[in-house]
Design a protein around this ligand. Structure first.
Ligand code: MD3
Ligand code: FE
Length: 220
């Protein structure tokens, strides 16, 4: 501040989006979705009007603190019978809302930027975090084809990602993800353990105290 130089945040803003390698096959594209964020949130509102956010139950019987819905040809669900992808919303019995072209386009461009051209996800899981909501360390392995990456888009209140290794016991690294940040997880990082710390109290002008995360997956 007192040196008269711009702060780190201001420099980041001036520099525009930046690419941070996280691990082999994993990159963080800071601010990649910033210009589209308001439109993404409006689309999430339209999706949730048809397929409401709900707290799924794990196979072990625990209510997840993160609320979820989906769009796309198939959506991710969890219940006492297990984790799986399905074409219909079990809550309404109707197909999941279609994936908006805005979502599809963003996911494809982010994947290409990260070195995964031709990414055409069928599934978009939409996670909604309220203060205190978290995702414990897990692997994403319910997708039929693990050769494709997962693209994740963070919106609203910032969160801390935990990014571990291929063994649950590997100590995870932590990094902050902000509104508009996009992460791509593929190649050797596709089966890495990961999670999200309990969301801290915060405020974002577009989401209030909430955080949203979109994860795009090639599920079939
Ligand atoms: C690391 N969601 O829905 S993806 C999930 O913020 C999930 O809601 C996170 O983990 C969230 O399953 C954002 C973070 C992520 C996703 C896939 C990965 C990290 C990954 C695959 C391999 C390694
Ligand atoms: Fe995950």
């Amino acid at each position: 501040m007192s040196d008269g130089l711009p702060s780190g945040d201001l420099l980041a803003g001036l520099a525009g989006p930046s690419t941070e390698p996280l691990a082999s096959g994993a990159v963080l594209l800071r601010g990649f979705a910033a210009d589209e964020a308001a439109a993404l949130l409006e689309a999430i509102g339209r999706i949730a009007a048809q397929a409401p956010f709900r707290h799924l139950v794990t196979p072990g019987g625990f209510r997840m603190s993160v609320a979820m819905t989906n769009c796309g040809a198939v959506g991710w669900i969890s219940d006492r019978r297990g984790y799986r992808y399905g074409a219909d919303d079990p809550e309404t019995g109707k197909p999941w809302p279609a994936m908006p072209p805005l979502f599809r386009g963003l996911a494809g461009r982010a994947a290409r930027e990260a070195g995964f051209p031709g990414f055409e996800p069928e599934a978009c899981l939409i996670n909604r975090y309220e203060p205190g909501a978290r995702l414990t360390l897990h692997q994403d392995r319910d997708e039929g084809n693990l050769s494709h990456p997962i693209v994740s888009v963070s919106l609203g209140v910032p969160a801390t990602f935990l990014f571990g290794g291929l063994d649950r016991k590997d100590k995870p690294r932590r990094f902050r993800v902000d509104h508009g940040d996009v992460a791509v997880w593929g190649g050797p990082s596709r089966l890495a353990f990961h999670g999200v710390d309990a969301l801290k109290q915060g405020h974002h002008d577009l989401t209030g105290q909430l955080r949203y995360n979109l994860t795009f997956r090639k599920a079939l």
